[in-house]
Design a protein around this ligand. Structure first.
Ligand SMILES: [Ca+2]
Ligand SMILES: [Ca+2]
Length: 590
């Protein structure tokens, strides 16, 4: 019987139970539930599933799926039993026992042998300056950045993944800083639920997020469902990956660092991450490449855990500071003279509330950021380094994808690529992250279905709002693993309906939070921001992708529908938020 089950994987006809075209499901494409309600994500996105072979995104489908499996097993088992009974009674007893063993496994989760692998790739501090998110033609015509991406960004490997799957062009982080963002997508909980708004304190030994919630980390969730997991590089903040588990695990910190500062004078900042330039001398020392090659090596190794599917998570460090990369990537980047700078306008800060400026001034390492802003030449060097490091990281990413494509996991692996948040390089007079403006919140998010799913939409762009915390319920959904009690606490939505149909409507905006009670909400067109003191911003992202003009500025109010837009977006501001309002009044205005 065990042999009979394995044959199901190799024979296309045996994959029939996974085709859910015939399953009638309730259609609620835009999350037809009230904001703030306790949602079960996999029940909120129910709709027909046009992708042949995609696994069920919700409990109803999974229930039907389980029935299908039982019938399939029963049919296979009966055939096997008849044949074997003709041989000996002993064989009959043996096969019957195997049948019941298989039957009990399928009652909990789909058999491991039929499940897809998952490759989750996280990138650190990469904004939307990637090839597939950039308005190259429009920028070239205009001679400057349009506000969407960067025309000189070179990321061929991310671009080829976008052609193989769905690129979410309106995806945003839940917090514009490492730890709370990474916590959100690895736990499925908003900062407003977990209470994790900043980079400190460290996770506790057990990785507990909040007593009583009992939500497992994403890796643990898959481990509990029968997956072998491994982690490499930066998944949680500061490579504090211990709570994630995973065997094997490749631990490495950022670096190596040169003996002295390269791009920033030593007197400007203490030794540490704030620097940029050509380093290390040899490619093999480059950390992201080491992470990629370790991962590729593990992909190529025989799976020692038998038939277990794999959940592989790796995190690249670049283009997080320090912006170091081998020389070839600086040579490939635009020269200091030719590099296009981010768009800036002299009066851009005039229509911003004071708290927005205070939040920007709270950024870590303010001194070197201010030093860069002092001259255009310095900003050009930093921009060049950011583009060089992005390309270097992308090249490392390519090695992982190449290894996967050559492996025995090539046809049955979901690939997810994301960045934890964006980064400013001069927009709104700001360097670094930790703001609620688009260059901090907008991130690349690419989801690539397995090659085995013929007929799946590929090379599509989904312009609907998406959140990084949607990754957790999405992966549970596409893996088809059995829902558990803690799933009802998840704040995200499965994106499977939008993988199937990128143009489907979606009412729920993407929400980014910085410190408690400071939220920015992005819908299809507008960004609405409400700070802890009640002050507001509103941007028309279609007509003003740079977010230059705060429409709430009384002098610029022209949209007669403004109140309706605000009301619609503000309804999604999380209620019952953990922590008192943070007015960010501990720093003077810059
Ligand atoms: Ca980060
Ligand atoms: Ca402005």
């Amino acid at each position: 019987m065990v042999c009979a089950v394995r044959q199901r994987v190799a024979t296309p006809a045996k994959a029939k139970p996974w085709n859910l075209k015939s399953i009638a499901l309730v259609h609620q494409p835009d999350l037809g539930v009230a904001p703030h309600s306790s949602t079960i994500p996999s029940l909120c996105n129910v709709k027909s599933l046009p992708i042949a072979g995609v696994k069920a995104p919700q409990r109803l489908a999974r229930f039907s799926l389980s029935i299908s499996h039982h019938i399939d097993y029963a049919m296979t088992s009966v055939t096997a039993i008849i044949v074997l009974m003709s041989i000996t009674r002993f064989a009959y007893i043996t096969v019957s026992a195997a049948f019941f063993l298989c039957h009990s496994v399928s009652a909990d989760n789909p058999p491991p042998q039929t499940r897809d692998h998952v490759l989750l790739i996280t990138i650190d501090d990469l904004n939307d300056w990637v090839g597939c998110l950039s308005d190259k033609d429009a920028s070239a015509q205009a001679g400057h950045l349009t506000g969407r991406g960067h025309p000189q960004a070179s990321t061929p490997n991310m671009d080829r993944l976008a052609k193989r799957g769905v690129l979410f062009t309106n995806a945003h982080c839940q917090a514009p800083i490492c730890r709370p963002s990474r916590t959100s997508f690895m736990s499925g909980l908003r900062p407003t639920t977990s209470g994790i708004y900043g980079n400190r304190p460290k996770y506790d030994a057990n990785g507990t997020l909040k007593p009583g919630k009992d939500v497992p980390w994403l890796t643990k969730r898959f481990e509990q469902a029968g997956y072998q997991t491994f982690t490499a590089g930066k998944i949680l903040h500061g490579s504090q990956n211990k709570p994630l588990g995973g065997t094997p695990c490749f631990k490495t910190n950022q670096g190596p660092y040169p003996p002295k500062k390269l791009g920033v004078p030593a007197e400007v900042t203490k030794p540490g991450v704030w620097d940029f330039g050509v380093y290390p001398k040899t490619e093999k020392e480059y950390t992201d490449l080491r992470i990629a090659r370790w991962t590729a090596g593990n992909i190529n190794k025989p799976n020692k855990s038998g038939d277990k599917p794999r959940f592989m998570a790796l995190g690249f460090y670049n283009p997080h500071l320090p912006l170091f990369a081998p020389k070839k990537w600086f040579d490939a980047a635009p020269s200091q003279k030719d590099v296009l700078l981010a768009a800036m306008r002299g009066d851009d800060m005039d229509d911003l509330p004071a708290i927005a400026k205070r939040i920007a001034s709270r950024v870590s390492f303010a001194a070197p950021a201010a030093w860069v802003r002092e001259t255009e030449d310095r900003l050009r060097l930093l921009t060049q380094a950011y583009l060089a490091c992005t390309s270097a990281m992308d090249d490392s990413l390519g090695e992982v994808i190449d290894a996967l494509d050559k492996s025995d996991m090539a046809n049955n692996t979901w690939i997810i690529v994301l960045s934890d948040h964006g980064w400013h390089l001069g927009e709104k007079n700001h360097i670094a992250k930790q703001t609620l403006w688009t260059r901090s919140t907008r991130v690349p998010l690419i989801i690539v279905p397995p090659k085995r799913l013929k007929g799946t939409p590929r090379g599509k762009r989904c312009e609907r709002p998406a959140e990084l915390l949607d990754v957790y319920p999405t992966l549970i959904d596409v893996a088809g693993i059995k829902p558990i009690k803690s799933d009802k606490h998840l704040d995200g939505l499965s994106l499977l309906p939008w993988i199937n149909n990128p143009a489907a409507e979606k009412k729920r905006p993407a929400i980014t939070t910085i410190y408690s009670h400071n939220h920015s909400l992005v819908g299809d067109r507008y960004r609405y921001t409400r700070y802890a003191d009640g002050s507001e911003e509103l941007y028309d992202r279609f007509n003003d992708p740079h977010e230059f003009d705060n429409l709430i500025d009384p002098l610029k109010t022209t949209d007669k529908n403004q109140q309706a837009i605000i009301k619609e977006l503000a309804a999604w501001i999380p209620s019952n938020e953990v922590g008192p309002p943070d007015l960010v009044d501990d720093r003077v205005k810059r």
